[in-house]
Design a protein around this ligand. Structure first.
Ligand code: XMP
Length: 509
């Protein structure tokens, strides 16, 4: 892969955002923890130092070795990075006595500076720090200030070293993208050649080289990541890619056959395995959400292992891992403490002993979609809402029976199709229905009923970490509620979930 921009991470909550902004400029970049520099630093064309929750004055703060970087490569130091350069090069960093958090406006911008080309006095920037640079380091030229922050930006004379105390990667810094563009394209001379097409060409060539004539096994979920990973692998090795799509009996209505047909239509070598009965049997009588998840995970592994064994001489396991998962596993704070439960149970299933190939491991989610689009994947597939691995099992509160699954599939289908028919589907990040363990009294015709209640949930979000409930039109909710109660036997009440995350979660279990 081409080495363009190196982002050294000091643990800031915004580091991933820096990478996304750089990628939006069609420039490839990689995040590496500050204490584990990549082998070939000299291959990178520019370096960005991220912010950090630490103060440079504290003893356990990150102290990166910049000897291969400073003065040798174009360097942009953001927030902590800017303070780090100042603190260790003759400047002074001290706690700030004014509020330096949130929106601010540039009150001074030095004229005729390439770094600030096209950015005027008054431009809004986003600050987030408790220390401030009281005195610039030696050789520094002040480039910008705000009313509270004298040294908001500086550069070092005779070096391509730039430093800013605000966050250009945050949306509220209105000219942040322009600043990154000025630094990367004009000052560092990096080429904006990171496009979906170039990614596909380079990746397919690399996969061909790496995999040769080997067979790869890959589990398809119907979601965007595994599908795009499969299409890339298919382009590289054709029928040597063996895909497995498992029906756990907890998918949406008609999803198994529809998705399987779509995969076959795309020319993928895919085997659909209907293991619904096995999953439902194992789940019978279980109400605990985490136990349900564990049962589903374990049965999936068994089913997948059985199928993988049928593919003789498979050498590789293909996976749709994306960059946020990779960053998490190499993060400054160490990999997440949660070890997947199946890692603990004695011997690993055989498929997990295969070598792993992950063609999307350097892509963000939006890039996966763009790559998918550039390979001609159906926009409907690329725009699908996320759907949890355990499927409807965590939307049926309490124990699971095939009758409850049928009821929820019908309700969910009316809701989701309604969103599509009314042009609302793409305005919503995720939507679904929940079958509550609550019966209530109703009347239908002349009869008194005592039947189930379902909740509808639709949220707006960017990554699922936080979410707001969507203000769906009353008229739509009214029509949907009528359709559900009239058409789905066993349901006599519909409610709409108006809780945001946090404190509520998206799923009810
Ligand atoms: P919560 O409920 O935690 O959901 O707010 C955030 C996102 O994660 C999905 N989700 C899951 N996905 N296995 C999955 O593959 C799970 O066990 C699981 N639980 C929640 C949820 O649908 C939402 O997109």
């Amino acid at each position: 892969m081409q080495n363009n921009v190196l982002i050294l991470d000091f643990g800031s909550q915004y580091t991933q955002l820096i990478a996304r902004r750089v990628r939006e400029l069609n420039i490839y970049c990689e995040i590496h923890p500050y204490n584990k520099l990549p082998e070939h630093v000299s291959d990178f064309k520019a370096v960005i130092l991220s912010g950090s929750p630490f103060s440079v004055r504290s003893e356990d703060a990150p102290h990166p070795d910049l000897s291969e970087i400073r003065g040798k490569k174009p360097l942009l130091a953001v927030c902590y990075g800017a303070q780090y350069l100042a603190h260790f090069s003759g400047g002074e960093v001290a706690p700030s006595n004014t509020r330096e958090y949130g929106r601010a406006n540039l009150s001074f911008v030095k004229e005729n500076e390439q770094f600030f080309a096209g950015i005027d006095i008054g431009s809004q920037v986003w600050m987030s720090h408790s220390d401030t640079i009281k005195q610039l380091p030696s050789g520094a030229v002040k480039l910008a200030s705000t009313s509270d922050v004298e040294n908001a930006a500086y550069r070092i004379e005779d070096e391509d070293t730039y430093a800013i105390q605000f966050h250009p990667e945050v949306y509220h810094s209105t000219d942040g993208k322009k600043l990154l563009e000025n630094f990367l394209l004009q000052i560092a001379g990096v080429q904006p050649d990171w496009t979906p097409n170039s990614f596909v060409d380079v990746t397919v060539a690399e996969l061909k080289e790496k995999l040769g004539n080997d067979k790869v096994v890959l589990g398809l979920s119907g979601g965007v990541d595994s599908t795009v990973a499969a299409v890339l692998l298919h382009k590289a090795i054709g029928a040597n890619l063996h895909c497995i799509f498992v029906n756990n009996g907890l998918l949406r209505k008609n999803e198994f056959s529809a998705v399987l047909n779509r995969y076959e239509g795309m020319g993928l070598n895919v085997k659909g395995v209907d293991a619904s009965a096995r999953f439902l049997e194992a789940l019978a009588g279980e109400s605990d959400p985490e136990k349900k998840r564990k049962i589903i995970g374990n049965i999936f592994i068994d089913v997948f292992d059985d199928e993988a064994h049928k593919i003789e001489d498979a050498k590789w396991l293909g996976q749709g891992t994306i960059y946020p998962d990779v960053i998490e596993s190499i993060s400054v704070n160490g990999p997440s403490a949660t070890i997947k439960s199946h890692h603990n149970v004695g011997g690993l299933p055989d498929f997990m002993k295969l070598k792993v190939v992950e063609p999307l491991r350097m892509l963000f989610k939006d890039e996966v979609r763009r790559v998918g689009a550039s390979m001609g994947l159906d926009p409907e597939l690329l725009g699908r809402h996320p759907f949890p691995g355990p499927g409807l099992a965590i939307r049926i509160l309490g124990d699971i029976t095939s009758e409850k699954v049928n009821i929820l599939q019908e309700v969910d289908a009316i809701f989701i199709n309604g969103l599509k028919e009314n042009g609302l589907y793409d305005k919503v990040w995720q939507a679904g229905a929940i079958l509550l363990p609550v019966q209530s009294v109703g009347v239908m015709g002349d009869e008194r009923t005592y039947e189930n209640c379902v909740a509808l949930r639709a949220v707006e979000s960017t990554d699922g970490m936080t979410a707001d409930w969507v203000n769906l039109p009353y008229e739509f909710l009214q029509k949907t509620s009528n359709a559900i109660i009239n058409r789905v036997k066993g349901v006599n009440r519909v409610v709409y979930d108006i809780s945001s995350k946090p404190p509520a979660t998206i799923e009810w279990e």
